[in-house]
Design a protein around this ligand. Structure first.
Ligand code: GTP
Ligand code: MG
Length: 427
């Protein structure tokens, strides 16, 4: 048979058939919904903004609850990220919400590295997901996905332009996360200035090539609302959990001597627009974009870095097995090279040590010879001295004997004289 598998598959064609009655697979979407509801959802928000800009107040206002919100110190040595996870429930839907706060952002004199801990944190979450995916025994079903789904970037309501820290940070983040810039404390800026400020921010983002998240317009159900909302970016928000009585209704608002700023009043700020877009309409798109765009990019770069490719240099498909084999060969080759280098190094080292030892031995030998010579010299000198002393002793002994003989003779002479004198006297 000369037809291969591909030929068999390509000869298959799709046909549309009519069903004779109800079968039941029209309940698939319902099955999916019910399964998702049982499983629950996770949503992770990263709040980037300088200390005291209103991050915590805004999150409390957004979810209409009170999360922990201790004040951050202004004297941090650097930026660090503080994730906190909460279990929330609305109707029968469970949401595992993680809010990640950037503590100390914008407080340092040198802000050059401020974006780094944020990027590192985002990458670390991608990395742990990738590690889970690459495991033999994967557990993605109940894996706590900590990948950041949206980054709310809080812009200070200066009315001027974006700070370079904002531009640099957003530029570094835009390929890693869905960035939604928001103007914080929008009640501190007047209406006409706010309008100009929004235009200025958008033009600066465009001219610096910062790609912020755009609400999707490909689903016709939400196309209209999303495209009109895209035109309102960046949203100007006000946060407050304080209840104020307006007419006979109690609303969340900020009260000033000259009036009340209502959080949920669309003519006062864009809070409702943002909540609608972020939570009610596009939460799933944010989760999907995170997985299909940002995580995909991270995964691709990481696998390429590790040497995996889909095609070989001739553009032919390259399987994982082949990549593994090629990598293994490369690794073994490198290992052999390293082994050879180490062996060479060892031989050189041994030779060097041997030469050093030989040199030391020669020095020792020389020293020994020198000492031997010195010793012989000493010995010879001592021998000479001994001979001299012996000679001296011999001379001395001879002198001694001679003097003793002389002494004896003189004694004998004097006794004879006295004997002769005695004899003469007698006669
Ligand atoms: P750290 O966590 O310390 O970095 O601060 P934060 O960014 O969480 O700010 P937080 O929510 O603690 O608010 C700081 C101050 O700003 C508080 O006094 C808030 O009442 C005030 N604030 C918060 N939101 C707004 C707002 O929309 N408008 C105005 N005018 N003030 C606000
Ligand atoms: Mg806070």
């Amino acid at each position: 048979m000369d037809t291969n598998d591909t030929d068999i598959y390509s000869s298959e064609e799709e046909r549309n058939l009519n069903l004779g009655g109800h079968v039941g697979f029209d309940s698939l979407p319902d099955q999916l919904v019910s399964k998702s509801v049982i499983q629950g959802f996770s949503f992770n928000i990263l709040c980037v903004g300088e200390t005291g800009i209103g991050k915590s107040t805004f999150m409390n206002t957004l979810f209409n609850t009170t999360f922990e919100n201790e004040e951050a110190s202004h004297y941090q040595n650097g930026v660090y990220l503080r994730p906190r996870t909460y279990n929330l429930q609305e109707s029968n839907v469970h949401l595992k919400l993680t809010i990640v706060d950037t503590v100390g952002f914008g407080d340092q004199i040198n802000k050059e590295e401020s974006y780094k801990p944020i990027v590192d944190y985002i990458d670390a979450q991608f990395e742990s997901y990738l590690q889970e995916e690459l495991k033999i025994k994967r557990c993605l079903f109940n894996y706590h996905d900590t990948r950041i789904h949206v980054c709310l970037y809080f812009i200070a309501p200066t009315g001027h332009s974006l700070k370079s820290l904002d531009l640099v940070t957003m530029k570094k983040l835009d390929s890693k996360v869905n960035v939604i810039p928001i103007i914080a404390k929008a009640d501190t800026i007047c209406k006409s200035e706010l309008h100009k400020f929004k235009i200025k921010i958008m033009s600066e983002l465009v001219s610096n090539g910062v790609q912020i998240y755009q609400f999707p317009t490909d689903d016709e159900v939400i196309t209209e609302i999303n495209s009109s909302m895209n035109a309102h970016l960046p949203f100007a928000v006000v946060g407050s959990t304080e209840e104020v009585k307006v007419g006979n209704k109690s609303v969340r608002a900020r009260q000033y001597p000259w009036g009340v700023v209502q959080v949920e009043n669309e003519s006062h700020c864009d809070f409702v627009k943002l909540r609608e877009m972020l939570i009610r309409v596009n939460m799933e798109d944010l989760r999907e974009q995170t997985h299909t765009r940002h995580y995909e990019l991270y995964r691709r770069c990481k696998l390429e870095e590790m040497g995996f490719k889909d095609t070989d240099p001739d553009n032919e498909p390259f399987s994982l097995q082949e990549t593994y084999e090629a990598k293994r060969k490369e690794f073994l080759h490198e290992l052999q090279q390293k082994e050879e280098e180490m062996r060479q190094m060892f031989v050189t080292k041994v030779k060097e040590t041997e030469a050093e030892l030989k040199e030391k031995e020669r020095e020792l030998h020389e020293k020994f010879e020198q000492l031997k010579r010195m010793h012989q010299e000493e010995k010879r000198k001592l021998e000479e001295k001994r001979r001299e002393l012996e000679d001296e002793m011999n001379i001395f002994n001879r002198v001694k004997v001679a003097s003793e003989t002389l002494q004896g003779q003189s004694l004998f002479g004097s006794s004879q004289q006295s004997f002769r004198k005695d004899k003469d006297k007698k006669n």
